[in-house]
Every structure is written in structure tokens, then in C-alpha cells.
Design a protein around this ligand. Sequence first.
Ligand code: KIV
Length: 326
Amino acid sequence: MLGRMDETTAGAPQRVTGELPAQASAPAGPTGPDAGQPDLPSPYGAGSRPAPEAAHPGPARRRVRIPHLQTMKSEGRRWAMLTAYDMYSAQIFDEAGIPVLLVGDSAGNNVYGYETTVPVTLDEMVPLVRAVSTAARFALVVADLPFGSYGGSVAQGFDSAVRMMKEGLAHAVKLEGGAPMVPLVETLTGAGIPVMAHLGFTPQSEHQLGGYRVQGRGDGADELIRAALALESAGAFAVVLEMVPTPVAERVTRELTIPTIGIGAGAGTDAQVLVWSDFAGLRAGRVPRFVKQYADLRGTLLAAARAYAADVESGAFPDADHSFEA
Ligand code: KIV
């Protein structure tokens, strides 16, 4: 979702085999050709090279895998998912211990500047997925299949999901929709591609749904629950519930054995997801009602850009500390 204003201004689960990964990490030192070389910063940014150990203090961490999410549900432990679209956001959220990163098609709004998620293409998504997958060392990376890349046929959806896994290096894909998606979910999970489902308000269908509206009210509640159960039986490992009344999301969460991930669905789901530019206060204007802003990055960057421009204009930057002697 994302950048949404209207009403909002807002397969069978896998068996658990491992312990939960710890929240912080102490990764092994670098290996390979540059092992032992001094860790000089690149003048152009950090590239995809993992952050040094200092950035990952604490006990060893392991890659989050789908059975860990299932374990958290059975133990009643809630978890947070965030979107990420690039290396830095992925590295930071990964270091913060966010277990699942979603390369959402909300990249359409947040990276490409479209008004909705509808225009974003598979070709536009794949490089973002690859950047996040390369940067995230511990998080499970889920790639959103964009509108038009899977709704035509199972074969089309399969090909798109394979691109996300092979070219994007994703660990799972997400798709929107209920009962009509069951054959595709069965095919993908049967082929070893984990699927996160997405019900309730599904932004790719916003024109069909008539705008950003809460879904699953009245008779819609039973329909939503039936769809969630069908997707679980088809093999989905989790389901996002977007803009769904709290009691309905609670019921779905009780009836499913797989985790539910809420966004505008109240506090009763197993997990929550927010779009990172919303939660970090990066974008201008009103945010959906269900968004809590945890930072004011827009304000911070605005002040920094203004200060830099003023320093350049006055000649205060660069000073001797930021210049080279002969
Ligand atoms: O595209 C997206 O970011 C999403 C989440 C908000 C669930 O679908």
C-alpha cells in the first residue's frame, strides 16, 4: 500500500525445525580476496558489502526463515515487517532486527513517484528486489508481484515469480487476491516458491474496489475468512490483511494457522507491516490513519539540504577540514 489518503488518512504452514534467530548479530569477518584488507570506506558509498561487525553487536543471528515465523505465531510473539526498496534501508532495518523485509509494489509510489501501485512493472521491481536481497543479511526478503505480472494466467504468474527469485534473489513472493489466486499459489508453492498472500484492501484493485476503502465489513467478513482459509490450504505461508476491521482481522488470525500481518487491521494480528517512507516521516502531506510516524526524516533531510546549500553559498563549505593540502 502506500501513499493512500481516502478513507484511511489514513500451503499449509511449514513445520518448525529451528530455533528463532537472535535479534542482533555477530557476523563472521570478511572472507575471500579482500579478507584482511583494511576496511576503507568507498568514496561512493558502501556498495553491497556487509557492514562491519561493529554494526552488528550481540549474539549470533541467523537468516530468518519461514518456520521461524510459524514458531513466533505458535509462541504468541508478534513481529514487525517493513518495506524496503534499496540497499541502505534494507541494511538499516536488517540491523534493527526486522525479520521480514517486503519489497512492496508501493515502490510505485515511493520510488517511481506514480500515484498508485498500478503502473509499476516487473522490470522496475526486479532491480529493487535484488538490491534489498543483496543488502539484507538476516531478514527474509519478500518480493511483491506487481499488477499485470500474475493475474493473466498461472503460467504468467509462475514466470514472474521465478524472475523475482532468480534475478531478484528474493526468498518469497507476495500477491494480492483471494479465491482466484488459489491455483497460482498451489503452483508456486508446489514449485518451491513461498507465497505471502494479501487480502482486504488490495491496492492493485483500487479501481475495481472504488478507492481506498475498508474491506470485510458486514457480509464481506465471511468472504474474507473463506479466502484466507483457501489461501492457507493452497500453501501460503502468511497473509497480509490491509484495512480490515479489527474484529475481522482477529477472527482470521484465530482461524488460520499461518501468521497474519496487519496494516490498518488493528492490534490482533500476528505481525504488523508499515511502508518505510510512511513510518519514517519521509513523505510530504497527510499519512493514512493507520500509520504511526516514528521519525521525521523529511524534516531532517530538508534541514540538512538547506544548511548545505547555505554553507556552499556563503563559502563555509568546504573548509580546510574537508579539503586536501598540497
Ligand atoms: O506494497 C506494499 O508496500 C504492500 C504492503 C503495505 C503490505 O503491499
